[in-house]
Write a protein that binds this ligand. Sequence first.
Ligand SMILES: Cc1cc2nc3c(=O)[nH]c(=O)nc-3n(C[C@H](O)[C@H](O)[C@H](O)COP(=O)(O)OP(=O)(O)OC[C@H]3O[C@@H](n4cnc5c(N)ncnc54)[C@H](O)[C@@H]3O)c2cc1C
Length: 323
Amino acid sequence: MKNIAIIGAGMTGLSLAYNLQEHNITIFDKSWRPGGRVSTRKHDNYLFDHGAHYLSTNHSVNQLNEVISRYNSGRVIDIDFATDYLKNKKTRKKIIIGQNGMNSIPQSIFDNIKVKSYLSSKIIKISKNSNDLFSLFSEKEEFKDFNYVLICIPYLQSKELSKNFIDFTQIVSEPSYDPIHTVMLCYKDNNNINIKAGLNLHKDISFFMNQNIKFNELSHDCWVLNMSSEYTKNNIDIDKIALEKYAQSIFEETFDIKNEISFIKSHRWLYAQTKFSYNTISKKNWINSKDNKIFLSGDWVLGKSLSDAWDAGEKLSHYIKIL
Ligand SMILES: Cc1cc2nc3c(=O)[nH]c(=O)nc-3n(C[C@H](O)[C@H](O)[C@H](O)COP(=O)(O)OP(=O)(O)OC[C@H]3O[C@@H](n4cnc5c(N)ncnc54)[C@H](O)[C@@H]3O)c2cc1C
């Protein structure tokens, strides 16, 4: 049995923990909850999936779908989806959403796997002792005696944390991310918008999704808008109120809304979605230290979806099993 530390309880870290349960696993996350970018947020009485919105049913035979069914943490819905709103292209689409918001998916995996965990524990340093065992350090504590360390956080942060163990000069072309501003907004009165989600609402809004189809308890008409990566990059430090007003004005103009908003808030995701995956560049499925003891994984290895994150963790777990 190996003592394995997993840094990051997003979908990649959870996939590794799920697939390596026969080992002695300890999982760390800086946040108070698991899931990372699969994030369901409650503000007042409003609920929003303001990170990942849904899982595509294209990946219908992968392990993640089996896990979602086993823990009953997701459901398939049929929605009217604009594949390109600006070009008036619409379709009826089947998607998978969380039972109680998207975060039900990672939360149920976290609750069902029996591994030691430390939430609200940001790992800031890794060191190796004379017995070839690793220690991890948060600001307050040292966690000792790990044979392997699996780092499952966005690429640039992984690089910073592992730079004393991995020679990054060997990595010719690095994976990169697009940032996204998300805007959550609600109206007391129903705007009766038929299309429930879609792409390209406007040149500056790349995605929109209604939240009432996800959360039955919502009495107001609630939406999440993703600003396009291009817009976000050009307005990375925009004042939040200016951003929210701009997004609201586009939404209201597009759907001819006269009702007043009851809630609005925005969030900036700096590392939202993978732009160039590591596998596309290198054909490799993880980055490792020379001694094969420290590994880096994440959605950035394979692509930009939470299925990619899960698959990246699963692939690495097969390798760890044979070490
Ligand atoms: C706005 C937005 C919309 C999206 N929409 C979709 C969608 O509709 N469908 C889809 O499939 N995907 C979507 N995605 C992408 C999807 O959310 C990600 O691909 C996936 O969740 C990434 O999982 P991960 O585990 O690789 O990384 P993360 O989710 O980022 O997990 C990393 C974890 O590590 C923790 N962490 C970071 N640093 C440390 C540290 N030093 N110590 C301890 N813990 C640390 C973080 O708190 C986090 O929990 C979206 C993402 C965003 C942001």
